[in-house]
Design a protein around this ligand. Structure first.
Ligand SMILES: Nc1ncnc2c1ncn2[C@@H]1O[C@H](COP(=O)(O)OP(=O)(O)OP(=O)(O)O)[C@@H](O)[C@H]1O
Ligand SMILES: [Mg+2]
Length: 249
């Protein structure tokens, strides 16, 4: 459980004269659950965009399992196990959840659009989709379509679709956005069912939730790391309280 999976070295991004990522050194071991917090505009989503290849860094590098992936496309990074979900939900509204997960597995395997497949590959895909849905406690949702879902359920579907890509590192950008506070525990409990060696970086504004989830916290402010440490250390960190937690009253 101590293998270093994801590492950023002196990662930096500027938009024109605005520096939004300032020399970020992030590391994530297999199985680690890390919470990333910071005020609006701190650069959290930008950091995920740099890690996943949506954005090109102005300087610095991203390594996955010891390989420098900085020059690779988003798709190439996904193939190597670097998978993210988005701050705003993007799902096919009317396709049953189970089918969407199966399609994501076919996409991963490159088998979409192929007319003839080896006998048994369909049932293997169905079995894998089933086990992903079970691990997230989504059996009851499998036959329904996103338009019929409510509260945290669409968020669970996104996580299931991400899991269909076989991540080693999962980056969750505000998985509770749009989920009523009373329903968030369901999403958190579902994450408990994911493989123990999966590394997860979670951006989240719900403080109770992210402090509960994480083994380790990282605080961004104005593009730089303000503090890092255990949830307990971060709760009582004076600069964090002043810059961020204080804002919440
Ligand atoms: N494409 C872009 N062009 C110019 N500025 C950008 C661009 N993308 C982000 N920014 C700026 O970078 C800063 C960081 O934005 P980012 O979306 O990473 O913040 P965040 O921490 O995810 O905030 P939130 O909590 O609101 O989601 C903001 O000042 C934003 O306006
Ligand atoms: Mg954001």
């Amino acid at each position: 459980m101590s293998a270093l999976l994801l590492e950023t070295r002196q990662l930096r991004k500027s938009f024109g004269g605005l520096q939004v990522t300032r020399d970020i050194n992030l590391h994530l071991q297999a199985g680690e659950k890390v919470g990333l917090i910071g005020p609006n505009g701190a650069g959290k989503t930008t950091l995920i965009n740099l890690i996943t290849g949506v954005l090109t860094p102005s300087a610095g590098s991203v390594c996955l399992a010891g390989e420098d992936v900085s020059a690779l496309s988003q798709a190439q990074r996904v193939k190597r196990g670097l998978v993210r979900t988005f701050q705003i939900t993007q799902l096919a509204p009317t396709l049953p959840v189970r089918l969407q997960v199966e399609m994501a597995i076919h996409e991963r395997e490159g088998s979409i659009g192929r007319l003839w497949r080896p006998l048994g590959s369909y049932s293997a895909v169905q079995g894998e989709a089933q086990s992903i849905l079970q691990s997230l406690r989504m059996d009851a949702l499998a036959a329904r379509a996103p338009v019929e879902l409510a509260d945290g359920e669409p968020r669970l579907v996104e996580i299931a679709l991400a899991m269909a890509l076989r991540p080693r590192v999962l980056l969750l950008d505000e998985p509770m956005a749009g989920v009523p506070s009373g329903e968030r525990q369901v999403v958190l409990q579902a994450l408990d069912g994911l493989p123990a060696d999966l590394a997860i970086l979670m951006i989240e504004h719900d403080m109770d939730l992210v402090f509960n989830f994480a083994d380790r916290m990282m605080v961004l402010a104005e593009g730089a790391v303000l503090a890092e440490g255990s949830p307990a250390e971060i709760r009582r960190h004076p600069a964090v309280r002043a810059a961020y937690l204080g804002e919440e009253g």
